[in-house]
Every structure is written in C-alpha cells, then in structure tokens.
Design a protein. Structure first.
Length: 104
C-alpha cells in the first residue's frame, strides 16, 4: 500500500519504474568536469566558478577533463525527473538520489 504514495513512471512497454530524484550534490567533491550538465535533460544543473580560496589543487585521481576551478550546483531541483543519468557519468559520486512521495 505504501508504494502507492511514491512517484512512479511507466515505460513505453508498460513497465513501472521508480524515479530516483536528485536530493543533493556534494559541491566539495565536485571537480567541475561538466559531464552531468551535458547529460541532464531537464536543466536542473548549473556550473559556477569556485572562489579562488576554495580551489582544490588535489587532482591525484582526476584522469581527464577536470574543470578544476568550477563546480556544479542544483539550480532547478524541482525539474528533476529522477533519471539518474547524472550519477551514471559522475566520476566523483557527487549525487544523492531518493524516491519521493507524490505529495512532496
Ligand atoms: S536525475 Fe536526471 S533529470 Fe535529475 S538531475 Fe540527474 S540527469 Fe538531471
Ligand atoms: S559529473 Fe560529478 S564531478 Fe563532474 S561536474 Fe557533475 S557533479 Fe561535478
């Protein structure tokens, strides 16, 4: 019965699935690579410049396209459809997702 109050979707083939909406983005871990921005279909994200004092020069495990002085923010979280594309491409596991109730 509880599942009825959770937001669900349905595929073209009729399979029900549960969107996992973005609830947080760890800006401290973010390296500003922009991958999530490129794949998000809903303009949920915006990349911003990091203040000079906050630039993280520890790039020991950054293997490519490091934005280094930028980070991603959640600017339109209510437009998220819970597709999880952002997390699939994020090299730093910055995103937190959750299913949400219909009346949130
Ligand atoms: S879950 Fe999908 S819609 Fe939501 S922020 Fe990530 S890519 Fe965008
Ligand atoms: S994919 Fe991850 S590390 Fe890259 S900009 Fe997005 S949140 Fe930051």
């Amino acid at each position: 019965m509880g599942a009825e109050s959770i937001i669900t979707g349905i595929t073209r083939g009729g399979t029900v699935w549960t969107p996992q909406f973005v609830t947080a983005l760890n800006e401290e871990k973010c390296i500003g690579c922009g991958r999530c921005f490129k794949v998000c279909p809903r303009d949920v994200l915006t990349i911003v410049q990091r203040a000079v004092d906050d630039v993280d020069f520890d790039d020991d495990d950054d293997d490519d396209d490091d934005g280094d002085n930028s980070f991603m923010t959640l600017t339109n979280p209510l437009d998220c459809i819970g597709c999880e594309a952002c997390s699939r491409v994020c090299p730093k596991a910055c995103f937190t997702h959750a299913e949400l109730p219909l009346a949130a």
